[in-house]
Design a binder for this molecule. Sequence first.
Ligand code: GLP
Length: 262
Amino acid sequence: MEIIISQTAEESSVLAARVIARQVREKPDSVLGLATGSTPIRMYQELIRMHQEEGLDFSRVTTFNLDEYVGLPRTHDQSYYYFMQEQLFKYLNIPAANIHLPDGMAADIPAHCAEYEAQIQAAGGIDIQVLGIGSDGHIAFNEPTSSLSSRTRIKTLTEQTIEDNSRFFDGDETQVPRHCITMGIGTIMEARMNLLLAFGEGKAEAVVQTVEGPISSMIPASILQHHQSAKVFIDESAATKLKLKEYYKWVYAGKPEWQKDQ
Ligand code: GLP
């Protein structure tokens, strides 16, 4: 794992966007795995800026999102489909046919999940997967005790996640769907690079467990210790609990410039 600590979430977001931009420039038909949540929004804004001001071209890019709530139509303003349209897709030139999210209204959910996996395979696999992290250490909606080799499937949210996400539903926990469709941890681990973002002190405990704790399904993100290419972009407040914080900074500061967005 490579731990990249910046003073602010703003700086982290720009650095992470550069990694994605480099990928897209080098391989214009890249397959990107995308995430929702508040964390990646600033990084998406930077990608939009690069598209608009620097001509970063997404016309051959394919995307797969991590997850979606079950029971929310795509028109619902809290569906992840709606979120992605509003926060990213409507500003970029990714062809609509290349954009994939799980369908929370699918009639046959197991068949839909199998099809989603098949589509990722058919696209050649994911080059870079963007991840946020839940305060309980979940990635996508793989809650604690998820199988570390799970595939795309239906999951039940934990009470903690329902509480965390209720802020998007007028603070009303009863409005948060109980179920979701999520890529599995096995699916995420097959991405050629994983890029995890975590900002703020509310994520500090999940971050230290992920990076320096034992690998455990109790902290699903900790499986990234097994990934060959996992970058963790965090701000100072998410880094407060890391024992080796100064070491990570020292390592990153010593990297040659050309290596920083690889
Ligand atoms: C949700 C999403 C995750 C996301 C997490 C953190 O549960 N399914 O993909 O990482 O929230 O969200 P935020 O970035 O808003 O803290």
